[in-house]
Design a protein around this ligand. Structure first.
Ligand code: NG6
Ligand code: CA
Length: 504
């Protein structure tokens, strides 16, 4: 009997090495949309206060050099879920709302790592990784493959973005609240149905006017990207989106309080269209963009409250981070530019969403695990692409290097035990950059200095750029000529690390 007992003990130690047989921690990954490095108060924002995000930072670790993989949403999410940099695979840029699923269902993914370890897994919120097979999603039937096929046992998602049709939630593979007598049709190529559009009927834009793009079907007073018709009973309300998502997230937590669980809670805030609930509207001086930051913080607070209420806070890892840097005008007249004042959405960083500068991928990144992690600030270079290998390490699993090619086990950095983190990191926006310690090399790129429409600095220079972030965090002093040898060595390293394509 003792032999059997010790075998069991050994087996459980082997299975959960990092916590020596204690119960497995839950993981809640809260993924904000377009929230910049300087948009939350624990990173220095003064014009908006985010007490719940700040609470995670205060009770956990605040990373000052934490990154998403890309300057836009789809590739950042792709990298985080697959452990492979998105730029290795074609077709992983910002997707239309009717794109097929871009993650092959037969590879290891972040949620599958948890499933394999016996976790219940769920995704709530913005998806934007495509749905359905090569023909795209069947909006009026069962939508698959999708979240379930890549490892999420439960799902309640916005198919793409708030500014893309169809404006409906998809719950466990079906459009929620759809009346079969009013089927949905969607197109991103041509007008479909007789619904008014932002281009033809600007007088019907009761909530917000478009600035660039976003002139297609009007849904609930806002014109979007793409055309849709039908599905009236299933259309979401932009004002209640955050509450709807937060309620789904907290009910997932309550339902699974006895299980180990992994919840990927992908907020819609503060992506456009920024339509806060009336209780947040006008509560900052920054207009809807700032009000939606309050709303994002409220959602974080709902999660923290649910964990407290269920007695789960101690052994739950909560991460809050963002999918790309900030943008002020992303296509609607929503006062974000007019009311910006002295608020600095990227804090001390240059650029933002779409940009090769640090503002593109260096984002708020905080992690709390009261049972194991001491509160601290960490300067370690960490990336979301490493969640897959790091949680695999935590759960005693090996990583499939054939598929999760870029994910490294940086668990010690995530838990505050390693102050350095990654040796190298590739950042991706319209071009690739390489980080090595405090050095940053941006490969040569041609094009305008600023993006049309958004007015974001893109970080393009035909000769490439080199910065020493230890003395020049704002990337104002291009050292490429002064340190040509270093730039050449970094260019060679970047080429070596980025050239492999990936298409399983
Ligand atoms: C761009 C949209 C922008 C936003 C972005 C995706 C236009 C002109 N701009 O194409 O508004 O939707 O795609 O944002 O259509 S992301 O955060 O999901 O990557
Ligand atoms: Ca985004």
């Amino acid at each position: 009997m003792w032999a059997r007992f010790s075998c069991l003990v050994l087996a459980s130690l082997f299975a959960f090495p990092a916590f020596g047989g204690n119960s497995k921690p839950n993981v809640v990954l809260i993924y904000a949309d377009d929230i910049g490095y300087g948009d939350v108060s624990c990173y220095g924002a003064k014009r908006v206060s985010t007490p719940n995000i700040d609470r995670i930072a205060k009770e956990g670790i605040r990373f000052t050099d934490g990154h998403c993989s890309s300057g836009t949403c789809t590739p950042s999410r792709f990298s985080m879920i697959t452990g492979t940099y998105a730029f290795r695979k074609k077709g992983t840029g910002v997707l239309p709302g009717d794109a097929p699923l871009i993650i092959p269902p037969d590879i290891t993914t972040l949620p599958k790592v948890f499933q394999k370890a016996g976790y219940q897994t769920g995704v709530v919120g913005k998806w934007h990784l495509g749905l359905g097979g090569s023909g795209g999603p069947d909006w009026n039937g069962v939508i698959k493959p999708g979240p379930a096929e890549i490892g999420f046992g439960e799902s309640f998602i916005i198919p793409a973005t708030g500014d893309r049709v169809p404006c409906v939630y998809v719950e466990n593979g079906r459009v929620a609240g759809l009346d079969p007598n009013d089927p949905i049709q969607v197109s991103f190529k041509k007008k479909i149905g007789n619904e008014p559009t932002g281009k033809e009927n600007p007088e019907l834009l009761t909530k917000m006017r478009w600035h660039h793009g976003h002139d297609m079907t009007i849904v609930k007073g806002i014109s979007r990207i793409g055309w849709m018709t039908g599905g009236k009973s299933a259309l979401w309300d932009d004002e209640t989106m955050a509450d709807t998502l937060a309620a789904k997230a907290t009910s997932f937590i309550a339902q699974h309080k006895q299980d180990p669980f992994f919840l990927y809670f992908a907020l819609h805030d503060i992506h456009v269209p920024r339509v806060p609930h009336p209780r947040f509207a006008g509560k900052t001086t920054l207009g809807p963009r700032g009000d939606c930051i309050l709303q994002a913080d409220f959602c974080v607070g709902e999660v923290l409250k649910a964990l407290d209420q269920q007695g789960l806070a101690q052994n739950t890892i909560v991460i809050f981070t963002s999918d790309n840097g900030p943008v002020i005008n992303d296509g609607y007249y929503d006062d974000a530019v007019a009311k910006l004042g002295d608020h600095k959405p990227a804090g001390p960083l240059r650029g933002g969403k779409y940009s090769n500068y640090e503002g593109g991928t260096r984002v708020p990144f905080v992690l709390r695990w009261p049972a194991k992690v001491k509160p601290a600030t960490s300067q370690a270079l960490v990336s979301q692409v490493d969640f897959l290998a790091s949680f695999s390490g935590l759960l005693g699993q090996s990583v499939d290097k054939e598929t999760a090619r870029d994910s490294q086990n940086t668990l010690d950095a995530f838990l505050g035990k390693d102050p350095t983190g990654r040796e190298y990191l590739i950042e991706h926006a319209n071009k690739l950059s390489l980080r090595h310690g405090s050095w940053k090399y941006i490969e040569p790129g041609k094009g305008p200095k600023k993006a049309a429409g958004t007015d974001t600095e893109l970080g393009l220079d035909p000769s490439g750029m080199l910065f020493d972030l230890s003395s020049d965090l704002g990337e104002t002093n291009n050292l490429i000529e002064k340190h040509l040898d270093r730039a050449k060595a970094m260019a060679a390293k970047l080429k070596e690390q980025s050239s492999a394509k990936w298409n399983p």
